[in-house]
Design a protein around this ligand. Structure first.
Ligand code: FUC
Length: 790
């Protein structure tokens, strides 16, 4: 530990946030000594460390879907970064560009004439949204707790218990042990901090807020600290949100003094701090909410209920979701080390439990950043401390947002995807306008990004933004939700959104003059340049695959719902005219209609868009389409394993679908290394982007269970590194819950529960099992898939 460096960084970060923004005086750094080594926490599903966080990517994330908190665990100063998921820049806005439609025929003509650069220019100049960039996600600010100076601390430890979703900081000063617990309750909608000491009268601190927003701090009785602000303006869109953070110290035992901009507690036995945060956001088009009324109501209610009840309800509700899945990949001595040390050693060591922890951390992050009624998990989930974060911490829907939800169904957190579905419903509205104004089309469209205000047009630049298939990709999540849950009521509710997405393509696909296929134009293969100086093209492979899925899902849904026969026939006709997957001269799956792959400027590009057909889609499978699967493998080899966080995680899922467990595991070693995993286990793009966490979690599930071919396949990509293990609670398409035991690299036993009465087909290697089922029926199978009767 370089203590000197530690002091410097903590000092700088805190001073700038306070001194510049709110004028809070310089905070003292901890200049004492650490003595005595702490033990690892009892709960194996914990992240833990021997020192406070120096930087944000070492701090520990907590959240209830709507609120986020990052706990640094400092000794003299504690910094807790605060987020609320509707605090974005700007306000309701309509970025449609009425000039776009006029330019559309010209762009198409140039593309079909092979004049790609000229087409690019037309798109760039005339077809992008106004403004050309979307609004960014922003922080509320920090809670700063200042404690008395101390010379040395003993047995310092900070940890995050994934099973309880509580972060704890504990250390001893002289003969007093201090404990700080922090959690974010989904039931009471408050951030809760409890400070205790094992001797009476030892808890003293000052609580203050700092914020990079346009915000003011004040105090009021009883023991209340308030931060009132308005959000930032961006791209010429004025900040239209009001927000409030309200902190109450309860019960104000000991000596409490209320200063103009802070609350001071001296000599208390313990203290509980409650924080409520709200903005005036009500929907993407309505910002008339009452943050003050909301925070007041939440604080009053929580204060009355008291710490013990709030904590018990929090833990119950978290465990209701979290405990649905357990995963045991084996444990070695490495599991006793602090988490940051384990990340450094994973690639070269033997630490299977760290992979299980990474898997459960992904589930923990989804529960903490996306719950019914909240915003979907953005590029950083719900955690962001910057006013202008990388890529705006938005929703990038040409891979990243979808990847966030890859683990939702299979790892038994289906309700955590509800915010994504709600976002799709919003996009049908805003995207309907974009379809009409930019394309003169019916239905709705969303391009490669969206934000809180559900902007749906092409942005950022022609080579990134001119991609009309983002909304369609999102819609595949609606169908997958139905496949896993078999809820026809849900399907009936979301079918109009799927239909609207399909309608847009019926209206805008054009016949390719050379091939005769129906293609998207203009479009691109996210965000990869072809050999002709841009990414702009017609009918990239990914589009054909996504639209094939969308049409197919609509056809099946309309059959299940017994509606729309005529529309279904139109879809079937159009589907048969989409371009097929093609194998290029190098044996690769072509990324474009033309065999351009080997001449593209970046052969190792991070996006592997054309492999969408292999994962997440099931259009390409080793058994069903062996030639295409082989071509996909070739494309993966050409791209290589090394890439940014999410791109690595995608590769893992792809290799899992090719059933190469050793390859998946070797890529996991790249993902779970300091290059792509920060000390707090956040995925490094770099910088932090949460998609890699979720993609990695999905990939680990995909190694153990697959169900995309009408059958449940057990242990399809099990690596040698996990010879013996057990997983409980994974879900399979068709409405099944699956539990698997394995030993010495072979299946031992599996239990499959049918929830929806669908036919069951199971495979393990060459062994197979099939049966009719009725809802609630459970099947126990042995290592040869013979049924064990109970
Ligand atoms: C896409 C990717 C980048 C990054 C950004 C948020 O543009 O190409 O790598 O993940 O989204």
């Amino acid at each position: 530990m370089h203590r000197h460096q530690f002091l410097l960084i903590v000092g700088t970060a805190i001073v700038s946030a306070n001194a510049i923004v709110l004028g809070v005086s310089t905070l003292p750094a901890f200049d004492g000594e650490f003595k005595g080594q702490a033990q690892s926490p009892d709960e194996p599903l914990s992240l833990w460390y021997l020192r406070p966080a120096r930087v944000w990517t070492e701090a520990l994330p907590l959240g209830n879907g709507r609120l986020g908190a990052m706990v640094f665990g400092g000794i003299v100063t504690e910094r807790i970064c605060l987020n609320e998921d509707t605090l974005w820049a700007g306000g309701p806005y309509d970025p449609t560009n009425p000039q776009a439609l006029e330019a559309l025929p010209e762009a198409r003509r140039l593309i079909f004439a092979g004049q790609y650069r000229q087409a690019h220019q037309v798109v760039q100049d005339r077809m992008l949204s106004r403004p050309m960039r979307q609004m960014q996600y922003q922080p509320v600010g920090d809670l700063i707790l200042s404690f008395p100076q101390v010379k040395e601390v003993l047995g310092y430890r900070r940890d995050l218990n994934l099973d309880t979703a509580v972060a704890t900081v504990t250390y001893q000063v002289a003969d007093v042990r201090y404990t700080r617990q922090v959690f974010v309750s989904p039931i009471d909608q408050v951030i809760v901090i409890r400070l205790t000491a094992d001797r009476p009268g030892q808890v003293s601190f000052t609580a203050a807020f700092s914020s990079p927003q346009d915000a003011q701090v004040r105090t009021e009785q009883p023991a209340t600290l308030l931060l009132d602000g308005i959000n930032g303006s961006a791209q010429g869109i004025k900040g239209a949100l009001r927000f409030q953070a309200r902190l109450r110290v309860i019960p104000p035992a000991g000596e409490v003094s209320i200063e103009p901009d802070s609350i001071k507690v001296t000599g208390a036995d313990s203290a509980v701090l409650l924080i409520a945060i709200a903005t005036s956001f009500r929907s993407y088009k309505d910002v008339s909410g009452e943050p003050q009324a909301l925070t007041t109501e939440w604080i009053e209610r929580a204060a009355q209920r008291g710490f013990d009840k709030i904590l018990a309800d929090h833990i119950n509700d978290h465990q209701r979701l979290f405990r649905r899945v357990s995963l045991d990949l084996g444990t070695t001595d490495a599991a006793r080390l602090p988490t940051d040390e384990r990340i450094k050693a994973f690639a070269t060591g033997n630490d299977p439990q760290l992979a299980a922890l990474y898997f459960q951390f992904g589930r923990y992050l989804l529960i903490s950043s996306s719950r019914p009624g909240t915003q979907p998990a953005n590029l950083q989930g719900v955690w962001n401390d910057l006013m202008d974060p990388p890529w705006g911490s938005k929703y990038t829907i040409n891979i990243n947002t979808e990847m966030n939800y890859w683990p939702a169904e299979v790892t038994n957190l289906a309700e955590c995807a509800e915010p994504l579905f709600q976002m799709i419903m919003d996009l049908t509205q805003t995207g309907g306008r974009t379809a009409k104004i930019h394309y003169g089309a019916g239905g709705w469209v969303a391009h490669h990004n969206t934000d809180l205000w559900r902007a749906s047009g092409p942005i950022d630049g022609a080579q990134y933004g001119m991609w009309p298939t983002g909304g369609a990709w999102l819609c595949t999540h609606l169908w997958e939700h139905y496949l896993f849950g078999q809820d026809k009521g849900f399907l009936a509710k979301v079918y109009p959104a799927m239909k609207g997405a399909a309608q847009f393509f019926l209206d805008t696909l054009v016949e390719h003059p050379r091939y005769g296929y129906l293609v998207t134009c203009p479009s691109l293969s996210p965000e990869n340049r072809h050999p002709h100086g841009t990414s702009i093209c017609a009918g990239p492979t990914m589009d054909n695959q996504i639209i094939r899925d969308l049409f197919d899902h609509c056809i099946q849904a309309s059959q299940i719902l017994g509606i729309d026969a005529e529309f279904r026939a139109r879809l079937a006709a159009a589907k048969s005219r989409l371009a097929p997957n093609k194998i290029g001269s190098n044996g690769q799956l072509q990324e474009w209609l033309e065999d351009w792959d080997m001449n593209a400027p970046d052969l190792r590009h991070r996006h592997v868009s054309h492999l969408y057909g292999l994962y997440p889609s099931n259009q390409i499978t080793p058994e069903g389409t062996p030639d295409l699967a082989q071509a996909a493998r070739r494309s993966l080899e050409i791209r290589g394993d090394r890439a940014t966080g999410w791109a690595i995680a995608w590769r893992m899922n792809l290799w899992a679908r090719l059933k190469d467990g050793e390859r998946v595991y070797s890529i996991l070693r790249l993902l779970l290394s300091p290059d792509r995993t920060y000390p707090n286990m956040f995925d490094a793009h770099p910088p932090f982007q949460i998609d890699g966490n979720f993609g990695g979690t999905a990939a680990i599930a995909e190694m153990l269970l697959q169900s995309h071919t009408g059958q449940i396949e057990l242990l399809p990509a099990l690596p040698k590194a996990w010879p013996t293990g057990h997983v409980r609670g994974l879900r399979a398409r068709g409405g099944f819950d699956v539990e698997i035991w394995w030993r010495d690299g072979r299946l031992l036993r599996a239990t499959i529960r049918s929830n929806a009465g669908q036919d069951l087909r199971v495979r393990y290697g060459r062994a197979a099992f099939a049966s009719f089922t009725h809802p609630g029926q459970t099947f126990m199978l042995d290592e040869r898939l013979q049924r064990i009767e109970r």
